[in-house]
Design a protein around this ligand. Structure first.
Ligand SMILES: [Zn+2]
Length: 377
C-alpha cells in the first residue's frame, strides 16, 4: 500500500495536477482541490487519549475532540501523514492549510471515542504504537484491533518497543561481584541499544501490518542530535513534540507536532497553531536539545525574512519574552540560566506580512536530566 504511495509520487512529480488528485483529502471534491492554493507547509497535531477518564494533561475530552474535527472539516485539508511527508520530501507543495492527525501510545479510547468520529469525516490518521505494549493492559489496543483499524485505513508507526526515555543511559551489568561501582554505558553502547530497540519495533510492525514506514515518534518527544542524525542516516523520519510548522526545508529527523491535549486542547489557541507557517531557517546554530555542561547560553538563527520583519520575531520561554539581538541578519537569542530538569521549549514566532492572521513558528526543545542523570516522566 505504502509502496504505491511512494511510486505514485515519484512518477507524478512532474505533474502538479496529478499529484493534487493523488493525495488523500478528506473533504475534497475535484473542484475544491483545483482551486486551493498550494503551499510548502504542513501542520501536524498530536493526541494521546480521547477520553474524560484519563490523565488530563494527555487527554482531549471527546466533545472537544469533536469540536476540533468539525473545525478542521470546515477550514482545513486533513491529509494522510505518509502522503504529506512524501510530498514535502519530494519538494511538492501541499494544498494550503494541510493538517495531519496523529496519536501516540495506542490507547483503546482512540478506537472507542475518536475512530468513529474520524471515520465520519473520512479523515486519515496515524497512530504511533509501542509493539511490546500492545494488548498488555486493558487500556491498550490489542493486535486484533490494530489489524482491523489498519484494514480500515488507519496508519500505524513506530513509538519504540516499550516507551522508555531514550536519552537515559543504562547501568551495565557487572559480572564482578567485587566491583564497587557500576559502570554506565558509553555513547556508542547507548546508541547501539536504542537503535536496536527501534529496529526491533519496526520489524514487529512490518510483520503484523505488512508495511514499514520507518516513522519514529520519540517517546516524550525526547531526542538528541546524535540519535536524530543516526536515524536520518537509516532513512527514518522522526517526529517530536515541540511546536511549529513544517516545510520541505524542515529537519525530517525531528519534525514538530503541536500537542492538542490538556491545556493545549482549547480550540481558540489551537487555531493560531493550525494556521502557523514553517519558520524559514537558512542556518541554525541551535544547540543539541539534550542539555549538557557545554551547551551555549544562546541560540543563533539566520532566517529568510522575506515575509516578516526580523525585528518582529518574538521568542518565549516559560511564558517570558527572551532578549534578542540582531547582528548582520543573525538573531541571537539569550537562553535562560534557569532551564529546569525535564522537558521545556522555546517558541519563536513572527507575524506574516502577506497574511496578517498567520505566524511563522519555530520551537527549540530542551531536555535536561536530573541529578542522577535520568530523564523523568
Ligand atoms: Zn508516547
Amino acid at each position: 500500500m505504502y509502496h504505491s504511495f511512494k511510486t505514485c509520487f515519484l512518477l507524478t512529480m512532474a505533474s502538479a495536477l496529478f499529484v493534487y488528485s493523488s493525495l488523500t483529502f478528506a473533504k475534497t471534491s475535484e473542484i475544491t482541490t483545483l482551486t486551493t492554493p498550494l503551499k510548502d507547509n504542513l501542520v501536524i497535531l498530536q493526541y494521546h487519549h480521547v477520553s474524560n477518564n484519563t490523565p488530563k494533561i494527555t487527554s482531549t475530552p471527546p466533545d472537544v475532540f469533536a469540536e476540533h474535527l468539525a473545525y478542521l472539516y470546515e477550514h482545513f485539508n486533513v491529509v494522510a501523514l505518509p502522503d504529506a511527508i512524501n510530498a514535502l520530501q519530494n519538494g511538492t507543495k501541499l494544498p494550503d492549510k494541510s493538517v495531519a492527525i496523529t496519536f501516540d501510545d495506542g490507547f483503546d479510547n482512540i478506537l472507542i471515542n475518536a475512530h468513529p468520529l474520524l471515520r465520519k469525516y473520512d479523515f486519515p490518521y496515524t497512530i504511533f504504537i509501542n509493539p511490546a505494549l500492545i494488548g498488555r493492559s486493558s487500556q491498550q489496543l490489542t493486535w486484533e484491533e490494530v489489524t482491523q483499524m489498519s484494514q480500515e485505513g488507519v496508519t500505524f508507526a513506530n513509538h519504540t518497543l516499550e516507551h522508555q526515555h531514550l536519552l537515559n543511559r543504562q547501568k551495565l551489568k557487572s559480572n564482578n561481584s567485587h566491583n564497587q561501582y557500576e559502570a554506565i554505558e558509553n555513547e556508542a553502547q547507548w546508541l547501539t541499544r536504542v537503535l536496536n530497540d527501534i529496529s526491533q519495533a519496526e520489524a514487529i510492525l512490518k510483520g503484523r501490518l505488512g508495511y514499514s514506514l520507518r516513522y519514529l515518534a520519540y517517546p516524550y518527544g525526547e531526542f538528541n542530535r546524535t540519535l536524530s542524525d543516526a536515524l536520518n542516516k537509516l532513512d527514518y523520519v522522526g517526529f517530536a513534540q515541540h511546536s511549529g510548522g513544517i516545510s520541505s526545508q524542515s529537519d525530517f529527523s525531528a519534525l514538530p507536532r503541536y500537542p492538542a491535549a490538556g491545556r493545549y486542547a482549547k480550540l481558540d489557541t489551537l487555531k493560531i497553531k493550525l494556521n502557523s507557517l514553517a519558520m524559514p531557517v537558512l542556518e541554525s546554530k541551535i544547540s543539541d536539545p539534550e542539555l549538557s555542561e557545554s551547551t551555549p547560553n544562546e541560540l543563533r538563527l539566520t532566517l529568510d525574512a522575506k515575509d516578516f520583519n526580523l525585528s518582529n520575531v518574538n521568542c518565549f520561554y516559560q511564558g517570558e519574552l527572551q532578549p534578542i539581538t540582531i547582528n548582520d541578519d543573525v538573531l541571537i537569542i539569550q537562553l535562560s540560566d534557569n532551564i529546569p530538569v525535564g522537558r521545556s521549549r522555546m517558541n519563536c514566532t513572527a507575524r506574516s506580512k502577506s497574511e496578517k492572521d498567520r505566524y511563522y513558528w519555530l520551537s527549540q526543545p530542551f531536555f535536561k536530566a536530573n541529578q542522577n542523570g535520568l530523564y523523568i516522566d
